[in-house]
Design a binder for this molecule. Structure first.
Ligand code: PLP
Length: 453
């Protein structure tokens, strides 16, 4: 009998997150303060101290608090699947595995950090959090995290997704959060942007500015970010640590790992626990491929430059591949991939030549998503359809070369709230967006000057 699923017993769930900072060949460039432009920690009024410590920690292993483990165990460990049906349909000798994060209550990987962040805020006496959300995955995950720890939450949701995906808002409200479309009339930044462009469809950068401004103006409130920052990537490493154990059960080791990157958290959570073998020289040929949309291709097209994390310039400045913090990407359905920058850890590893990057068009990714649905049965969120497309390309390359490589897909979530996008694809109404070169050029003119960098 072919074994298609690898289960890990809850007692074998990893008890520590893995911190790549302990093993980087060169240290990460420090964040810069948005005002002074000097090296900085995360702005203390915005984040609890425990997360600030994790952001810069050099400890290799960080213990997952028991209270967080207890909630993780309501859906973890997640299953590692062998995609036999996809392999057969592609007639490839490649072995394809996928680690599926769509079985969390919120439907994606995002609760791995949402629960941890809600816990640390609660522990430090915070009453209320604010955040941004793109596709609504992060907003719903944090709503669930805040529900578990009794915190209030206000979510600024990118307007295009708010309109395309009303069910995510209802999910957030059911868990007890408040959700508004961004840009909104509730903040200075939102009002300014709406005055300039009443039709603005929003972006993650704008929504971050609104959530940050809201948190800065209230004493009982802190801000929570669902991707990009080091501590967020750290919390996601539970995914890769579980996968290592499960791949061992399958007597397999990945030659290629593929994941989609919006701010970088789900894929980093999968590949950081593996890349230490590449850094140590044990697995020098392992390939790690990040996949982004052609409409917002920060790593494949953007310069490696200092830039703000948000539109208004309230968030710290990071050295990253960026399309410019004022860039508003075209309204592709993969809302979670519409971000101008990228996690500094991923950018650093790409700069060091340890990870590759590719950009894919929307139509090709939905075609891959439908192939996956018609073989494995799972309807994927538009974001992981990007790396499923690349996994299929790699498997077909194996067929041509007659090579039996092992491909591991980081599968970040289901697409049950994205069916309108599938409907557009299936009825031939979905379109591609070319790389918006002129708009990026305009946005890059606003990169901050960082002295002595
Ligand atoms: C299902 C899913 N995958 C991927 C992403 C991209 O974010 P990240 O790169 O931080 O994993 C998102 C973001 O909303 C998402 O909802």
């Amino acid at each position: 009998m072919e074994r298609t699923m690898y289960f890990l017993d809850p007692k074998d769930m990893p008890t520590h997150w893995y911190n790549i900072q302990a093993d980087l060949p060169e240290p990460l460039p420090p964040l810069r303060h948005p005002g002074t432009k000097e090296p900085t920690r995360l702005p203390p009024p915005l984040f609890p101290e425990a997360l600030n410590e994790q952001e810069f920690s050099q400890e290799r292993w960080i213990e997952i608090p028991e209270e967080v483990q207890e909630i993780y165990r309501t859906w973890r460990p997640t299953v590692l699947h062998r995609a036999y049906r996809l392999e057969k349909a592609l007639d490839t000798p490649a072995k394809i595995f996928y680690k599926y994060e769509g079985t969390s209550q919120a439907g994606s990987h995002k609760p791995n950090t949402a629960v941890a962040q809600a816990y640390y805020n609660k522990k430090e006496g915070v009453k209320r959090l604010t955040t941004e959300t793109g596709a609504g995955q992060w907003g719903s995950a944090l709503s669930m995290g805040c529900m578990f720890f009794g915190l209030e939450l206000k979510v600024y949701m990118v307007k295009i997704s708010y309109n395309q995906k009303p069910y995510r808002r209802i999910l957030m409200e059911t868990w007890g959060a408040k959700c508004v479309p961004s840009p909104s009339q509730d903040t200075e930044v939102g009002r300014r942007i709406l005055a300039e462009d009443p039709e603005c469809t929003g972006s993650l950068g704008i929504a971050i500015s609104e959530a940050v401004e809201d948190a800065l103006t209230r004493d009982d409130t802190k801000y929570s970010l669902g991707s990009v920052l080091n501590h967020v990537l750290l919390h996601q490493t539970i995914v890769g640590e579980e996968t290592r154990k499960q791949m061992e059960m399958a007597d397999a080791y990945p030659d290629i790992i593929v994941g989609c990157i919006g701010g970088g958290s789900n894929f980093a959570g999968q590949f950081l626990p593996w890349i230490r073998d590449k850094i140590s020289g044990a697995k020098p040929d392992m390939r790690i491929i990040c996949v982004e949309p052609t409409a917002a291709p920060s790593i494949t097209k953007g310069p490696y430059a200092w830039d703000y994390g948000d539109v208004a310039g309230l968030a710290p400045i990071a050295l990253m591949y960026t399309l410019g913090h004022t860039f508003v990407p075209p309204p592709i359905h993969a809302g979670g991939l519409r971000y101008h920058g990228m996690a500094p850890i991923i950018c650093h590893l790409h700069k060091l030549g340890l990870v590759e990057a590719r950009a894919e068009h929307q139509l090709a990714t939905f075609k891959a998503g439908v192939t996956f649905a018609r073989t494995e049965g799972i309807i994927s969120a538009p974001e992981p359809c990007h790396n499923i497309k690349v996994a299929i390309d790699e498997a077909l390359r194996c067929r041509e070369a007659g090579e039996s490589k092992t491909i591991l897909i980081a599968h970040s979530g289901h697409g049950h709230f994205d069916l309108a996008a599938y409907d557009e694809y299936l009825s031939g109404r979905l379109q591609d967006y070319e790389y918006p070169e002129e708009k990026v050029k305009e946005a890059l003119a606003f990169l901050p000057e960082v002295p002595n960098a």
